[in-house]
Design a protein around this ligand. Structure first.
Ligand SMILES: Cc1cc2nc3c(=O)[nH]c(=O)nc-3n(C[C@H](O)[C@H](O)[C@H](O)COP(=O)(O)OP(=O)(O)OC[C@H]3O[C@@H](n4cnc5c(N)ncnc54)[C@H](O)[C@@H]3O)c2cc1C
Length: 391
């Protein structure tokens, strides 16, 4: 999720500090014959105000200290392939993770396969099973837009709360890299489609002074793994810096990064349509214990129940990490993101997203409450709105 990009990609952007001061805000005005200082970067003013809030949503990331569970387990006569526990990276690792689950499932020799769950992991695994030649039925308690995946920020953030640093073994890193690269690659095939399910955006980390650029609150608890820059740095476009006077956001320092953004409404509908077009079936079903899988006709199942696996499989290693989004009326002329004072803004076409991300990845950790916090929502909006107040 976005805070990783905010605190990590933005704060550690290649050449961040070195490039400061390299920009020249003076331009020769056409026809004037003189130089005049003017902003070189003009961002369309964002209409951020609390009266424009349309929705406040809360969901829990399914975090596991050891990373996602991608194992094969026998449950009675059924073979269950687990594919859950992707923390804040579910959308960003979905295709690669689904590919691994697909390989496990196809290796059983079965060609009628059940997928339990219709979130990011269930949908992308189901599609890959179809492409591998399987007949697939999705069984799920909820469907999009009522799944947790539909309440995500919508950015490519493949190492966000994916595991603790101490569990990022060489073998884990290899698997993670494979998942991250394959997913990034697959997202490219969704660029330029009607409804813009996926697009690249520019995002600006904004600082009140140059000195606070490398801020990050210390925490005595075990560190979360940071893998993106180390293992897939070649997928991250170079950042650019803007000093005061070279942009339209006042006396502040900006760092621009380019990110992959998912407009989840269109993207999810695209996935559902593809699944149906390939002959996929969906049944609403709730399972209270793994033994209930016995009633399904399929012998091979993918368990893509996300946070639901904690209750369904009694897997206490799935830790909830609460995250709240504040949605706002879309604004067509705003296609850039912002990160300012631990608040992220993402210009989703299906509703602008504001989010307090806290000082570090422990923000929301262990909290499974889903009651919206209006005060936090207004804080997020007001913080971003302050960037546009009389600049
Ligand atoms: C605030 C927030 C922002 C995020 N932002 C991003 C982001 O920008 N990028 C990113 O990559 N990730 C992000 N994430 C993480 C991402 O949303 C999750 O990793 C992802 O949604 C997990 O998907 P899933 O398919 O495993 O689970 P879910 O979306 O929860 O889907 C689980 C499915 O299983 C079904 N199910 C569960 N239990 C049962 C049961 N007992 N019986 C039958 N069906 C059941 C559900 O109904 C559902 O269909 C964010 C998460 C949060 C909370």
């Amino acid at each position: 999720m976005h805070n990783r990009i905010g605190r990590r990609a933005f704060l550690t952007g290649a050449g961040a500090v070195a490039a400061l001061g390299a920009l020249d805000a003076c331009r020769l005005l056409p026809g004037s014959g003189r130089t005049h200082s003017q902003p070189t970067l003009q961002l369309s003013p964002l209409r951020a105000s609390v009266d424009r809030i349309t929705r406040i949503t809360v969901c829990t990331r399914p975090f596991r200290a050891e990373g996602p569970r991608l194992e094969v387990e026998k449950v009675g006569a059924k073979t269950v392939v687990h594919n859950y526990g992707h923390g804040g990276s579910g959308w960003s690792l979905s295709w690669g993770s689904g590919a691994i689950a697909t390989a496990h499932a196809m290796a059983t020799g079965e060609r009628d396969i059940a997928v339990i769950g219709c979130g990011a992991l269930g949908l992308t695994t189901a599609l890959q099973l179809q492409r591998a030649g399987a007949r697939v039925t999705i069984y799920a308690r909820e469907l999009p837009p009522d799944v947790r995946s539909s309440l995500a920020t919508g950015l490519y953030t493949p190492d966000s709360r994916i595991c603790l640093e101490k569990h990022a073994t060489p073998a884990f890193k290899q698997t993670w890299q494979q998942m991250a690269r394959q997913t990034f690659d697959t997202y490219q095939s969704f660029l330029g489609l009607a409804g813009t399910p996926v697009e690249f955006i520019d995002s600006y980390a904004v600082y009140d002074d140059a000195a606070n650029r490398r801020r990050g609150a210390a925490d005595a608890r075990p560190a979360f793994a940071e893998l993106q820059r180390e293992l897939t740095g070649d997928l991250i476009p170079r950042s650019a810096d803007f000093q005061p006077g070279s942009h339209s956001l006042g006396q502040r320092w900006l760092q621009r990064n380019t990110q992959l953004m998912f407009n989840l409404t269109t993207y999810t509908r695209t996935l559902l349509a593809d699944f149906a077009a390939n002959g996929g079936r969906i049944e609403i079903a709730e399972f209270h214990a793994p033994g209930e899988f016995a009633r399904l006709k399929e012998k091979t199942l993918i368990n893509a129940t996300g946070y639901g696996a904690r209750a369904l499989f009694g897997d206490q290693s799935v830790i909830p990490v609460r995250g709240q989004l504040t949605r706002m009326i879309p604004q067509a002329d705003v296609s850039y993101g912002l990160f300012y004072r631990n608040v992220s803004f993402v210009p989703r076409r299906d509703g602008l997203v504001f989010q307090v991300v806290g000082d570090n990845d422990y923000y929301g950790y262990g909290d499974d409450t889903t009651v919206p916090d209006r005060a936090e929502a207004e804080r997020a909006v007001n913080s971003i709105a302050s960037l546009f107040a009389a600049t």
